[in-house]
Design a protein around this ligand. Structure first.
Ligand SMILES: Nc1ncnc2c1ncn2[C@@H]1O[C@H](COP(=O)(O)OP(=O)(O)OP(=O)(O)O)[C@@H](O)[C@H]1O
Ligand SMILES: [Mg+2]
Length: 257
């Protein structure tokens, strides 16, 4: 399978959705996955050293055009690919090249993240229109991220109240919701995704407690506090798990549609 995560807006949550939702979709299926970041500068997923997710960076600089990047993607033989397309010009060039080469026919679906109403939303709509123009049958999932809500019903309320919900629902297959999660910071420290962090609670909690006690006994209070904070995030990650699984279930529906 191929999932593409794209938006022309920088900082809209593309890398977060690629790692925390799209790549973990395959982990939940117990399948291998490679995360490909189309980015000229950094590898956002470089921290995932203890994760089951493999990652690779494909630069799309002046020397390698967007069409070349698409050919590199086509050459990959991995069972599952998640393609995290960098923002701004990278996204615009990628969508144009995907249109020319019809790469979107090979993608099972495309995730377009949106964090805020307003400019972010405007960019999401423009991105969706550009993808639909490139290939009208592309399935698009809108991922509404960084929302402050405790349940699916609250998420839906936030979406209909503050976003241009009707307009967006008209152009996408499905909408998924992802909360604002402070524990993301500590998933980076643990070198895994939130999903993996939540699932390895039983081994992580005792080992973090041990490290905390050892640090405190050796007089390193700062380290002890840091371990206790990471531990708290592991506990908090449990409440994110149902949201992640609900998003994965929606992806199943989109794939089957
Ligand atoms: N649901 C969330 N909860 C907490 N922090 C988040 C969430 N989503 C994104 N962030 C944070 O917001 C910042 C921007 O997100 P992210 O890197 O995913 O965006 P991006 O679209 O990939 O950006 P770029 O265009 O630079 O590639 C990051 O610091 C990320 O950790
Ligand atoms: Mg990114």
């Amino acid at each position: 399978m191929i999932i593409v995560v794209v938006s022309t807006k920088g900082g809209s949550g593309k890398s977060t959705m690629s790692q925390q939702l799209a790549a973990t979709y395959f982990l939940e299926k117990e399948e291998p996955v490679k995360l490909v970041e189309i980015d000229d500068e950094n590898l956002d997923s470089a921290y995932l050293t203890k994760s089951k997710i493999l990652s690779e960076r494909l630069p799309m600089g002046a020397s390698s055009s967007a069409n070349h990047v698409i050919e590199r993607l086509m050459q990959m033989t991995d069972k599952n690919l998640v393609v995290d397309v960098g923002g701004n010009r990278t996204a615009t060039n990628f969508i144009a090249a995907a249109g020319e080469t019809d790469f979107f026919s090979m993608a099972d679906f495309v995730i377009v993240p949106v964090s805020n109403p307003g400019q972010d939303e405007e960019n999401a709509l423009l991105t969706i229109k550009a993808i639909k123009q490139a290939n009208p049958s592309t399935k698009i999932v809108l991922a509404v991220t960084r929302q402050m809500a405790q349940s699916q019903a609250e998420f839906e309320d936030v979406f209909t109240r503050y976003f241009r919900a009707e307009e967006l629902l008209n152009v996408v297959e499905k909408v998924v919701f992802f909360p604002q999660v402070m524990a993301i910071v500590h998933s980076r420290a643990l070198a895994v995704t939130l999903y993996e962090m939540a699932l390895s609670k039983d081994s992580l909690l005792p080992s973090l407690s041990d490290q905390m006690v050892t640090a405190k006994k050796s007089g390193d209070t700062q380290a002890a506090i840091r371990y206790s904070r990471i531990r708290a995030s592991v506990v908090q990650s449990q409440s994110v798990l149902p949201f992640i699984k609900a998003c994965h279930d929606t992806f199943d529906l989109v794939v089957q549609s």
